[in-house]
Design a protein around this ligand. Structure first.
Ligand SMILES: Nc1ncnc2c1ncn2[C@@H]1O[C@H](COP(=O)(O)OP(=O)(O)OP(=O)(O)O)[C@@H](O)[C@H]1O
Ligand SMILES: [Mg+2]
Length: 231
């Protein structure tokens, strides 16, 4: 039985059948509830692969991932979908937004699927989240009319909609200007402090990484360093 919120034991990921490419080499670590963790490292070091495994969007070749005392490889597809809904929020590099819907509809859709047509409260919450990420002027625009950075912020608002205990984000501020990046970081930090949400974010932004609680650096699929940031 795992003790930490997230416990990873000897995680290995190999891509390819004939030509094998080992991109994660026996990663072990623990993350406690409420931690705000940055994953950093060069391009190709395995950060997104690691986050995909952690989010149960892909299967590990070897090793264990425990989240909330659940060994995720024990779950079948249906159980996994439910587990993800209850525990995990995602902001990924490819936003997976629905092009035929507006920004606000996209923020509400996962909740809609899970709980039925949105209540007034839910609509207000979606509106508020879009305002917080700086998108109050485009809430009713179709996704296809938004810029890359705007889409990214819609994806972030959508991930924050269902108050998941764990939020995984791959470069959530990747294409954004410094002021917006700072604003979004502050928003995530507020949520982290108010709701105790655990954040694990991949970032190339050193200023943002330096403001988190802990920086895990991956190099060639291995943990090169794992540092708690002194405040
Ligand atoms: N679906 C896949 N099939 C085969 N190889 C893959 C796949 N996804 C990633 N890789 C390989 O795994 C390695 C790690 O990739 P990954 O995307 O995890 O890196 P990253 O650290 O997220 O890089 P970046 O900072 O550029 O996003 C790379 O060598 C990549 O080519
Ligand atoms: Mg990546």
């Amino acid at each position: 039985m795992a003790k930490s919120l997230i416990e990873i034991n000897n995680l290995v990921k190999v891509y390819g059948q004939e030509v094998k490419n080992k991109v994660l080499h026996s990663i072990s670590l623990e993350i406690e509830k409420g931690e705000f963790v940055a994953i950093v490292g060069p391009s190709g070091s395995g950060k997104s692969t690691f986050l995909n495994l952690l989010g149960a969007l892909d299967q590990a070749t070897e090793g264990e991932i425990w989240i909330n005392n659940q060994l995720i490889s024990d779950l079948d597809d249906l159980e996994l979908a439910k587990f993800r809904n209850q525990n995990l929020g995602f902001v990924f590099q490819f936003h997976h937004l629905l092009p035929e819907f507006t920004a606000k509809e996209n923020v509400m859709i996962p909740d809609w699927i899970e709980y039925g047509a949105p209540t007034v409260d839910k609509k207000e919450r979606a509106q508020k989240l879009l305002e917080l990420v700086g998108l109050s002027d485009v809430t009713d625009k179709l996704i296809t009319k938004l810029s890359g950075g705007q889409k990214q912020r819609v994806a972030l608002a959508r991930a924050l909609m269902n108050k998941s205990p764990i939020l995984l984000a791959d470069e959530p501020t990747g294409n954004l200007d410094t002021a917006t990046t700072e604003k979004i970081y502050n928003l995530l930090r507020d949520i982290n402090q108010q709701l105790g949400t655990t954040f694990i974010i991949v970032t190339h932004n050193q200023d943002i990484a330096a403001k988190t609680d802990r920086i895990i650096r991956l190099v060639d699929g291995q943990i090169e360093s794992d540092k708690v940031i002194e405040k």
